[in-house]
Design a binder for this molecule. Structure first.
Ligand SMILES: NC(=O)c1ccc[n+]([C@@H]2O[C@H](COP(=O)([O-])OP(=O)(O)OC[C@H]3O[C@@H](n4cnc5c(N)ncnc54)[C@H](OP(=O)(O)O)[C@@H]3O)[C@@H](O)[C@H]2O)c1
Length: 335
């Protein structure tokens, strides 16, 4: 059995290019006692992969999670036919003992039940890491109250679209910023955001003066940079800012790292709380998030979209397109 694997070809400079990746093959050995072999059916492409690249070595397998099916097993827990979500990286087939994770630091493979009426890819999105990022990162850090005004950036992406809908469920007024007219329409018409703007066409200050004349109470920040600094100046006293990501800087050339505006004065004068987080903080409460998210889907309160790229070989393309905003909702690759 041969596994196809994407490895990092060189240090990335700016936007990832096709030449940054090499597709290689690895002959897999027979299974030892305690091991299982699985095949990836769905692959995730996520912004953190661009950041992870900064400390991974040339020649390393590209990092990433997948929904995989156990093909063969000599392990008592991970049995043939089961599905797992594992951080195995960009590789078609993986041998695993269920304990030693091929990508250290991302937790052990998680056995997931077959979703009869929903696609299994949701374990990479609304029922997986991005869904729990929205659930815990928004509720725990922003602690939104009914009637408050919430701003979400990268609002039509996997995390942002989910956060905005939780904010609506909690009775908040929601304002989203996204990068195309189609995304803005989706946020307003389908997800019922109160206001949504194309940040490439409107000035964030002007938009917030119109949509949030009484100020912003919670900001779920996916983007960072100048957009965050502008939103900061619209925060109400005792506002909360959940710092989830800073995608505006991920592709920045090392020589052109963006400079941040001073945040201290507005933070002091308005007594703001700004807190960064890594979703793995809530690993021990993982099931709480996924259970609530699936209940909201069943109740019709939480909608999702996926942008599906066909073919394992197209992982680099899907990754580049996601960083460039081509995805609506969660970007996934179907093997
Ligand atoms: N802290 C954590 O534990 C954690 C976990 C998961 C994700 N995150 C972070 O959450 C954010 C969203 O992740 P996601 O998985 O949901 O990705 P996503 O939003 O589905 O996809 C990325 C989106 O970012 C937007 N974008 C790209 N460059 C931008 C720029 N210069 N300015 C503004 N927007 C830009 C694009 O949409 P537009 O068309 O709107 O530009 C693109 O579709 C990322 O920053 C990610 O790193 C953090």
């Amino acid at each position: 059995m041969k596994a196809k694997i994407f490895v990092k070809n060189c240090e990335f400079e700016g936007e990832p290019k096709d030449s940054d990746f090499s597709l290689t093959e690895e002959e897999l050995p027979p299974l030892k006692e305690g091991e299982f072999l699985c095949v990836g059916e769905w692959f995730s492409v996520d912004p953190y992969m661009r950041v992870h690249e900064l400390w991974s070595k040339v020649g390393a397998t590209m990092v990433g999670s997948q929904v995989a099916k156990v093909l063969e097993s000599k392990n008592d827990v991970f049995k043939e036919g089961m599905y797992v979500v594992g951080y195995f990286g960009w590789r078609t087939h993986t041998i695993c003992d269920g304990k030693n994770e091929p990508t250290p630091g991302f937790g052990q493979p998680l056995i997931v039940p077959h979703l009869e009426k929903l696609p299994m890819s949701l374990y990479l999105g609304v029922l997986g890491m991005p869904g729990n990022t929205a659930y815990f990162g928004f509720l725990e850090i922003c602690q939104p109250k009914a009637g408050e005004t919430v701003v979400v950036t990268a609002a039509a992406g996997a995390v942002g679209s989910h956060v905005g809908q939780i904010a609506k469920i909690k009775g908040c007024k929601v304002i989203g910023f996204a990068g195309t007219k189609e995304k803005v329409e989706w946020l307003k018409k389908d997800l019922l955001f109160d206001h949504a703007y194309n940040y490439k066409e409107v000035d964030v200050d002007v938009a917030l003066k119109e949509a949030a004349p009484n100020g912003v109470d919670c900001h779920f920040d996916n983007v960072g940079g100048e957009m965050s600094s502008k939103i900061l100046r619209h925060m109400n006293p005792r506002g909360r800012i959940s710092v989830c990501g800073s995608i505006s800087a991920y592709n920045a050339l090392s020589s052109e790292a963006p400079k941040a505006s001073l945040v201290q004065l507005p933070m002091i004068l308005k007594e703001l709380k700004m807190e960064g987080f890594m979703v793995m903080r809530w690993l021990d409460r993982w099931e709480e998030g996924t259970t609530q998210n699936i209940d909201w889907i069943k109740e019709g309160k939480l909608k999702y979209k996926e942008t599906i790229t066909e073919g394992f070989e197209n992982l680099p393309k899907a990754f580049k397109e996601m960083l460039n905003g081509k995805n609506v909702g969660k970007a996934v690759v179907k093997a």
